[in-house]
Write a protein that binds this ligand. Structure first.
Ligand code: NDP
Ligand code: MG
Length: 387
C-alpha cells in the first residue's frame, strides 16, 4: 500500500513534533506532504530538511523570508500565512490533515480541508469549540471525517467502535486535576507562571498547560465532545482521575461501561488518529499492571475550577457563546503568560466577556471572526479597567 500523504499544520509544536516522531517510526506507512510553523523557524527548517515535504508553510513574514532562503535549493515550496495553510490542506494528493495549531488560528484551514472532503485529525480543539456547528454542517454536506487526537476523545472514539449511537447513555471525561488540585484555594493568589506551567502528568504547549491548570482545558473538551459524539451537556460528565491511566469512559444503556487505558503518552492517540481504522504495532511504552495497585477517582471541585462551569454554561446557551468563551480564554491565558494579569483573574475576564455578549444563533465563519476579535478586545478593555 502507498504511504498516506499527511499534512501537519503546527509541526513545530508539542503535538506536531510528536506526530513527526510517529512518522519516523512508520516511514513505509506515512509520508509528510506539508508542514507548518509560526515563530520557530529554526525547527521548521530542520524538519523541512529531514522530511523533504513538497510544501512548507510559514505564518509569520520573517519566518517566511528566512525559510524561503534556507530552502531555496531544495524541492520544498514555501507558502505563506493562512492562505498557505488552506492551500496545502486541500491539495488533491493529501490523505490526512493533522490540525495541530493552537487556538482559533486553526479554524480556517480545518474548515477548508473538510470542505474538500478530507480526513482531518483534530488536536486543535479551539476550532471545534468555536465552530462545531460549521464543522457538523460541512461533514453532512461534503462527507469528510474528523478523527479526534485529544487523548480523552480518542479514548471515547475507541470505546465507540462497533457501538450504535443509541446504545450510549453518557460519557465521562477524565481529568488529572492539574498542578493545583491540592493547593489551598486561599493560596491561589500566589500562583506564578512557572507553577501553572508545571503539569504533573503531561508535557504540552504553554497554552494548553495553563488551560489544564484552570480546568478550562476540560471545559473545552466537554464542548469538543458534544460536537464529536452528538451528546447534550447533561450526558457529558467529568471526573478527576489523578493517574491519567484511564483516558475516558463510555456508559452504555445496558449498564456497561467501557474505558480506554494506557500510559499518558500523546504519541498513542496521534498514531491511532493516523492509522484509523487500523492499529499499527508500535514500540510505545506499556503499562505494567503489577505496579498499579489502585485507580483513583474524585468529583470536580467547582469552586477550585470555575472555568469548567463557564464552559458548560457556554455549551448550554450555545450559538456564538462558546466562541466568546474561547476567545476570552485565549486572551486571558496569553495575558497571564505575559505577566499582565494574575492567575485568579482568568475566569473573571472570561465571565465578563460572556456576560456582555449578545448571542448570535447560527454564526457564519465571518461572524465568528468578528466575534473572536470583539471578545479579545472587550477582555483587553476589562484588563485595563477602561470598561
Ligand atoms: P504548541 O504551542 O506546542 O504548538 C502550537 C503550534 O501552532 C506550533 O507549531 C506553533 O508554531 C503554531 N502556531 C501558534 N500560533 C499560531 C498562529 N497564530 N498561526 C499559525 N500557527 C501558529 O501547542 P500544542 O502542540 O500543545 O497544542 C496544539 C493543539 O493541540 C492545541 O489546540 C491543544 O489544545 C491541542 N492538544 C494538545 C495536547 C498536547 O499534549 N500538547 C493534547 C491534546 C490536545 P511555532 O511553535 O513555530 O510558533
Ligand atoms: Mg485532553
Amino acid at each position: 500500500m502507498q504511504p498516506k500523504q499527511i499534512v501537519i499544520l503546527g509541526s513545530t509544536g508539542s503535538i506536531g513534533t510528536q506526530a513527526l516522531e510517529v512518522v519516523r517510526a512508520f516511514p513505509d506507512k506515512l509520508d509528510v506532504f506539508a508542514i507548518s510553523g509560526n515563530s520557530n523557524v529554526d525547527l521548521l527548517t530542520r524538519q523541512a530538511l529531514e522530511f523533504e515535504p513538497p510544501y512548507v508553510v510559514a505564518t509569520t513574514k520573517s519566518a517566511y523570508q528566512t525559510l524561503s532562503a534556507a530552502l531555496e535549493s531544495t524541492g520544498s515550496t514555501v507558502l505563506f500565512g493562512q492562505e498557505g495553510l488552506c492551500d496545502v490542506a486541500v491539495m488533491a494528493e493529501v490523505d490526512v490533515v493533522l490540525a495541530a495549531l493552537v487556538g482559533f488560528a486553526g479554524l480556517r484551514s480545518t474548515l477548508a480541508a473538510l470542505e474538500e472532503g478530507k480526513v482531518v485529525a483534530v488536536a486543535n480543539k479551539e476550532a471545534l469549540v468555536a465552530a462545531g456547528h460549521l464543522v457538523e454542517d460541512i461533514l453532512l454536506r461534503r462527507g469528510g471525517r474528523v478523527v479526534p487526537v485529544d487523548s480523552e476523545h480518542s479514548a471515547i472514539h475507541q470505546c465507540l467502535v462497533g457501538e450504535p449511537q443509541n446504545s450510549v447513555e453518557s460519557i465521562i471525561l477524565t481529568a488529572s486535576g492539574g498542578p493545583f488540585r491540592d493547593r489551598p484555594i486561599e493560596k491561589f493568589s500566589s500562583i506564578r507562571i512557572e507553577d501553572a506551567l508545571a503539569h504533573p502528568n503531561w508535557s504540552m504547549g504553554s497554552k494548553i498547560s495553563i488551560d489544564s491548570a484552570t480546568m478550562m482545558n476540560k471545559g473545552l473538551e466537554v464542548i469538543e465532545a458534544h460536537w464529536l459524539f452528538h451528546l447534550p451537556p447533561e450526558k457529558i460528565d467529568v471526573v478527576v482521575h489523578r493517574q491519567s491511566i484511564i483516558h475516558s469512559m463510555v456508559n452504555f444503556v445496558d449498564g456497561s461501561t467501557k474505558a480506554q487505558l494506557g500510559v499518558p503518552d500523546m504519541k498513542v492517540p496521534i498514531q491511532y488518529a493516523l492509522s484509523y481504522p487500523n492499529r499499527w504495532a508500535s514500540a510505545n511504552a506499556r503499562l505494567d499492571w503489577s505496579t498499579i495497585p489502585t485507580l483513583d477517582f474524585e468529583p470536580i471541585d467547582n469552586q477550585r475550577f470555575p472555568c469548567l462551569g463557564l464552559a458548560y454554561e457556554a455549551l448550554r446557551q450555545g450559538g456564538s457563546l462558546p466562541a466568546v468563551l474561547n476567545a476570552a480564554n485565549e486572551y486571558a491565558v496569553s495575558a497571564f503568560l505575559q505577566g499582565a494579569i494574575h492567575y485568579t483573574a482568568i475566569p473573571s475576564v472570561i465571565e465578563q466577556a460572556m456576560l456582555r455578549h449578545d448571542i448570535v444563533r447560527s454564526p457564519s465563519l465571518d461572524d465568528l471572526i468578528e466575534i473572536d476579535t470583539w471578545a479579545r478586545s472587550i477582555s483587553e478593555q476589562k484588563r485595563q479597567g477602561t470598561h
